[in-house]
Ligand binder design. Sequence first.
Ligand code: PHE
Length: 360
Amino acid sequence: MADLNTLKGKYLAGIAAAADEGALEEIRLAALGKKGEISLMMRELGGMAPEARQAAGAQLNVLKDEIDAALRARKAGLADAALDARLAAEWLDVTLPARPRRVGTIHPVSQVMDEVTAIFADMGFAVAEGPQVESDFFNFDALNIAPEHPARQEHDTFFMARAEGDPRPPHVLRTHTSPVQIRAMQAQGAPIRVIAPGRVYRMDMDQTHAPMFHQVEGLAIGRDISMANLKWTLEEFCRAFFEVANVELRFRASHFPFTEPSAEVDIRCSWAGGQLKIGEGNDWLEILGSGMVHPKVLAAAGVDPAEWQGFAFGMGIDRLAMLKYGIPDLRAFFESDLRWLRHYGFAAGDVPTVHGGLSR
Ligand code: PHE
């Protein structure tokens, strides 16, 4: 029988030198495979005398186990080395900054709606909503605009189709957000403090008018809410919205059927050098309509005018966006031109807040 120590030395050296799993497998076959050197020697044991067989058998088994253990150990070592090599090769610096990839921008109208909502929320106004397809009652009647009232013509209303023979007045695309005043008061009663941003529609189209545009309505009803509260609220709003310390507002007597008294509000501004600056200069820019809610409007909404009073206002959001962000043509707002959106749009992650900044 071959010297087992020599065999052991040969195989262990081979295993230690094996460079990969393939080489290891060859060694395993040569030693322990069906026709391997050690397997064949095991088979020869059968022809031996019983005592010699016992001694040789035990020695062969020990050798077989040693080679087997060495094969496994080397195999595990090779796998670790392979993993180390891969980890080293595929090294990744996770502290590198991400590659910016903008998927879209916030439209200036959405941005301004968020800014306006943040400012009024800070003053305790909740957001109320109403439908864009509105009944004649909410859009006109309840707001003290009777069927023959000339204000109906001024609104350039879009009328919805009506089933033939239906005696009711047709629904309309709401011409302003004021119907939400009625809906909010009907739902909540008084006292109430809400704003209602949303889409409105009028048949009009030029550089400063689009058939669909956006308004935000404001409504504050309490036991002794006055024009003074209206003035303070609007001044606070303008200071926050235009992000200037000094704003000056001018209240001009006006007329709306749903407020009495009514005022249109102008803001002091300058156009020096073709650039609009809010809060300085000698020009005035109209920014909203407002007034004390008409007793008939309170009554139509189920609020007792003998007990409650308050103010309402309505402003154009698109116009606010044009003024604040220097956007010259309203029509571009609704053309979905990607270059325009990238230029005038806002980063999606920057949610405006009063404390964190509105338009940064
Ligand atoms: N609804 C009016 C408009 O669209 C604005 C307004 C709202 C005026 C509330 C007074 C009070 O022009």
